[in-house]
Design a protein around this ligand. Sequence first.
Ligand code: BES
Ligand code: ZN
Ligand code: ZN
Length: 503
Amino acid sequence: MEIRYLNAHATGWNFKTVIIFGFEDESLPETIPALTGEAAWIRESPALKDFSGKAKEIAVLYGPAGSLLQRVIVVGLGKRDKFDFEVLRFSTATAVQKCKALKADGCAVNLENLSRLGHPVSALAEEIVCAALLSLYSYDEFKTRDEEEGDFSIEELTLFSADDDMAGEIQAAAGRGEAAARGVIRTRDLANGPANHVSPAFLAQTAQEMGKRYGFKVRILERKEVLKLGMGAFEAVFRGAMQDPKFIVMEHAPKGTEKDKPIVFVGKGITFDTGGISIKPSAKMHEMKCDMAGAGAIFGLFEALGHSAIKRRIVGVMPCTDNMPDGNATRPGDIVRTLSGKTVEIINTDAEGRLVLCDALTWAQREYDAEAVIDLATLTGACVVALGMEVAGIFCEDKAMGRQIQDSGERVGDKFWPLPLWDLYFEPLKSDVADMMNVGDRWGGACNAAAFLKQFIEENTRWAHLDIAGPADGMKKNPIHIGGGSGFGVRTLLEIARNGIKE
Ligand code: BES
Ligand code: ZN
Ligand code: ZN
């Protein structure tokens, strides 16, 4: 889909299908001057009489015979004083889906009555573009379809307004919205991809391809190297798998930033989690194809970086493997030596995320003098019990950094809520025979997991752990998310990459 901005002074309402926004209890013609000028028929349109402007409400108006403007989709934004970005995203998406249902080959979104909302119009344009693209997403890699039926898509999205001097700003904002959406879509594709397709090797190949396309540095540490380095915790997880593990490292370092301290993201890349010998019940096991969504979010971030001009050094570290039961698999009670040198008694092989992450965190801290280290993982069912499907847990003892991540998330629609990293959560992990166990008791499971990871964080590392087990693939359907892999976290990471971590 092509995206552009036009100034309506020059062009008039020269489009076949236009989307306009309406607020509850406001008259449209008062806020959109063109409705008394070139497109005056709109205000007389009978269908408008029933339109109240509630959020996501739609009215379709048809132009008189012979008018170039054939169709106007009016979409409600609710009450002006209740406006937020989520309303804008959901309403835009609902209108764009209507365009698709009506098989409009292009649509033009009028921005005129979006001023006076307390947000720059460019920020709104960014959300509109991102929401429009996400509203059209579906995962159909493996759907065979009737050739003749074809595949309809909206070819062109135009933003337009009669306000002067905004062209450059809005064009740039539209570019940011598109980059964000491409990132989210990359993550959704990887999370929705079944494990017989999205394997560690597939992820490694994807990283290589993205590296070539966008100029990222890519390193893949293979099984042999991982073993030689001494990643005993990562090994404990991959030793039961037939397919080789891949320890994937991607780096974005535009000219002049190569020597800067990078922000390092670490993502859990379990391409399928059977639980290993501590095998999971079969009922919902298929959902564990999404257990690489932490790594997936980092792929999404890099896809977005590839479509942006962000001058900051960013590194992604993704330990990837299946977690399988096998004659060679780790047994409950086995003790392994992690890369850090600390030993772990593996009580439950289904608590594998913390095992792959602890070695990746150690490796990342040794390899880079990081500005900050942020890990993302579909780590615990307990986090979902605590916060529900829509919200991720954030563990961060650096108050400013935790706040910044939470605020960035809120702006772009990723909900994070803080959970504690107190030492008391490490108590149940104490082992009689090793430095720690990989699980404690049932209570406070998300916090125990975070306390485990904390054992591997150096004193001076600014660190946050994001448990995305719920929202990565459990979110309810909404107008910008059809269900399945959500791409949760990508836009938050992109905000952080764009703004840096504040002191
Ligand atoms: N991948 C799961 C966590 C998970 C659960 C993600 C539900 C998404 C939805 C993780 O590896 C796991 O199995 N965790 C165990 C830990 C337990 C054994 C301490 C869990 O949450 O039950
Ligand atoms: Zn598991
Ligand atoms: Zn897992």
